[in-house]
Design a protein around this ligand. Structure first.
Ligand code: NAP
Length: 552
């Protein structure tokens, strides 16, 4: 059914009179993406409100407060690019900014552009239902509030639905325990404590490296090891920062041309054309360089062909052997079920060296699985370990989890979580058939998932704000993608998976999560075509009058 502008306005005004707050646009989430969306939409005169579940701004950087938490993007490639003044007045102090500094940066942006007045905190959205007659989204918040909007823009993060393991007895533990995402805001003193870390993904690896030298004892419960590589963090001096400021145009241009939106792009040579000795010299150099170069500036074939991947994996395995004193432990830390880079590579500081401390122990739960949590600690099939603190670094119901946790219903009351039961289906990662006026800013199958996040969300936020301008100037009040366009996009996403080895991985790139029902099947979660191709694609769609969407 077609909805007319007057219906929308009447519905909006009458619902407002009924005590329901109405906005033209509601953005869900005040993290990196929601902050920019608010700024951009306000600039084009849209009435917009941001709803945030947390107590303040920051999203990921508000929640994740664990020791060692920092990003793996070069700091200066992570800041917003939309304001030259902002670029000029911020001094990153470390090559890879730690969480407190990143949070301060986001708070600074919010204050500098006076964004807080249009944000509502402690406002978790429980449900969002599309009202086809009124042409509105009707939102219900956990605190009881009801709101309506014409356009709903989730900016709810990729890794914002933390998952605890499903062990019995989680609540029986007498000590302190929490998921890394819910790290307490007050300081946690781990010194002299008997600490357990469950999970060895990017989060676990950061924590272990950061706390190993400062705790009484540390037991790491590892189910599968990951391929990790050195971060090589360091301070940024005033002089270096001055130089970075003078080169922002060049840096951002570089990020715009690489598939991942980082300063690192694949080596232009073919692995096959480089003699083995030269390959090793190149890999030695990559191993000593900061950041994701080792993953993203490598030969393309390392991520696409088994032979190249196996050779590089063997190179990294030797590095692990050199860094870990106990050969048995070293072998346990070397993945055997997947090659380097087909899962997200954790970058680490002193991770492997942590296992050289006498008081740090690796517990291989692939051999002796955890049976349950007990009041004194963790019981595996062959021992009971006693702890003061258990840290669950057990990951997330990634990308779609935050959508699934809200009751989002589109046309005819159909639930998004049912539509995505066996995996997401989208058009451009932006929309889903049956969910009019829902514009995902960092949705599954979009480019934000596999790229340097701020660079990617610039594309989606700017594209969405151009779309909203287009709708306003043409008097459109409704947008929905077609079945055909969605089917074609899903096929394209699936085909791209076929080209990269990560298709075989059991990681959040393929929707795997042993702690969530149904997430043992492979899902096509991310767009593997790279940011430049994605940007070109969505720009063409816009230039062709929003091809694949029906506007009315
Ligand atoms: P993750 O990569 O999914 O790792 C979760 C870990 O917990 C894995 O080792 C997993 O083992 C283990 N695990 C899960 N359930 C378990 C269970 N029931 N029993 C035992 N072990 C269990 O999660 P993450 O480390 O939080 O990282 C997620 C993503 O966040 C990263 O890939 C990255 O994109 C992002 N992140 C970024 C940064 C950064 O920018 N530097 C830092 C941290 C995180 P299996 O492998 O066997 O499943």
């Amino acid at each position: 059914m077609e909805t007319h502008a007057t219906d929308v306005i009447d519905a909006a005004e009458s619902s407002h009179q009924g005590g329901v707050e109405h906005h033209e646009v509601i953005v869900i989430g005040a993290g990196v993406c929601g902050i920019y969306a608010l700024h951009r939409l306000r600039e084009i005169g849209v009435d917009v409100k941001v709803l945030e579940a947390g107590g303040d701004v920051g999203g990921t950087w508000y929640w994740n407060r664990y020791p060692g938490c920092r990003f793996d993007s070069e700091s200066y490639s992570y800041g917003y690019a939309f304001s030259t003044e902002l670029l000029a007045d911020w001094h990153w102090t470390e090559r890879f900014s730690p969480q407190p500094e990143t949070l301060r940066y986001l708070e600074h942006v919010v204050d500098r552009f006076d964004l807080r007045r249009d944000m509502r905190f402690d406002s978790r959205v429980e449900s969002a239902h599309w009202d086809e007659v009124a042409g509105l989204w009707r939102l219900h918040l956990v605190d009881g509030a009801d709101m309506t909007c014409e356009l709903l823009l989730p900016a709810i993060g990729l890794l914002s639905a933390p998952t605890l393991p499903r062990y019995e007895g989680l609540d029986d533990f007498n000590g302190l325990s929490f998921h890394t995402y819910q790290w307490p805001h007050e300081p946690v003193d781990l010194s002299d404590k008997r600490v357990a870390v469950v999970g060895t993904g990017a989060t676990g690896v950061q924590i272990i490296g950061a706390i190993a030298a400062h705790v009484g004892s540390l037991h790491v419960f590892q189910r599968r090891p990951n391929w990790c590589a050195p971060l090589h963090n360091g301070p940024i001096s005033d002089a270096e920062m001055d130089d970075i400021r003078s080169r922002y145009d060049e840096i951002l241009e570089r990020c715009a041309e690489t598939p991942g939106g980082f300063i690192h792009g694949p080596d232009s040579r073919s692995y096959h054309d480089v003699a083995p000795g030269d390959r090793y010299a190149f890999w030695e150099e990559l191993y000593t360089q900061p950041g994701f170069g080792i993953w993203l500036a490598n030969f393309r074939e390392v991520l696409m062909e088994e032979e190249a991947n196996a050779e590089f994996s063997a190179f990294v395995a030797d590095k692990i052997r050199q860094r870990v004193n106990d050969p048995t432990i070293a072998e346990k830390l070397i993945p055997t079920d997947h090659g380097f880079g087909v899962q997200r590579v954790p970058l680490e500081t002193n991770y492997y060296e942590a296992y050289n401390h006498e008081h740090v122990h690796l517990v291989d739960i692939s051999e002796a699985p955890i049976e349950r949590i007990v009041p004194e600690g963790i019981r595996t099939s062959d021992a009971t370990y006693e702890f003061d603190v258990i840290i669950y670094a057990t990951g997330f119901d990634a990308i779609t989890g935050a959508f699934d946790r809200m009751d989002i219903r589109g046309r005819d009351g159909v639930a998004l979580r049912d539509v995505w039961d066996t995996g997401p289906r989208t058009y451009l990662g932006v929309q889903v058939v049956g969910f009019p006026n829902l514009i995902m800013l960092a949705g599954p199958q979009g480019a934000s998932v596999s790229t340097n996040f701020p660079r990617a969300i610039e594309t989606s936020v700017e594209w969405a704000s151009d779309l909203i301008s287009h709708m306003r100037s043409n008097g459109y009040h409704r947008i929905e993608c077609t079945d055909e366009s969605q089917d074609a996009w899903v096929r394209e996403v699936e085909d791209l998976y076929g080209m990269v080895l990560l298709r075989n991985a059991r990681s959040w790139f393929t929707g795997y999560n042993s702690n969530v029902d149904g997430h043992d099947i492979k899902r096509h979660m991310i767009y593997n075509g790279g940011a430049p191709r994605y940007r070109k694609r969505v720009a063409t769609v816009a230039a062709n009058g929003y091809d694949g969407f029906v506007l009315s």
